[in-house]
Design a protein around this ligand. Sequence first.
Ligand code: HEC
Length: 125
Amino acid sequence: MKNLVAVTVLASVCALSCNYRKDKSTTTTGLTATYSSINSNIFIPKCVSCHTSPNTYCGATACGSLDTSVYSQVAARTSAGSPSSSNLYLRVTTQAPVMPLNASGLSAEEQQAIFNWILNGARNN
Ligand code: HEC
């Protein structure tokens, strides 16, 4: 009986600590393939400092005349259903100069969210 209690306690401690480690290593950004999620998780922190008007990098006009906080301007750089022919997707993956300019590139997860959003129709969702 004593042994059973000890084993149960040990198993519980292990389960708790294993879960704890798992929680810590998981990066939960809440990023999904919607415009609102991409806007709050990618555009606002990584793009809008240059892609709004005015801004200190490009002056009076948003860089590339693209204000990423305006859905219609972002959508105009996509070909709904076809990420590989969308300026927006190409510029955050392969087409130079890759965005965000002068910073490390988007993560695979971020690129994938933009890819899926365009694939699903680049909707204002
Ligand atoms: C440090 C400033 C800076 C940041 C940050 C930045 N960009 Fe840009 N971006 C530019 C400049 C400057 C241009 C215009 C020159 C060019 O096309 O190379 C541009 C052009 C673009 C274009 C082409 C627009 C067009 O139609 O010609 C896209 C798309 C774009 N950026 C997307 C993004 C995205 C998405 C992010 C964030 C992940 C981002 N950029 C972050 C400066 C920036």
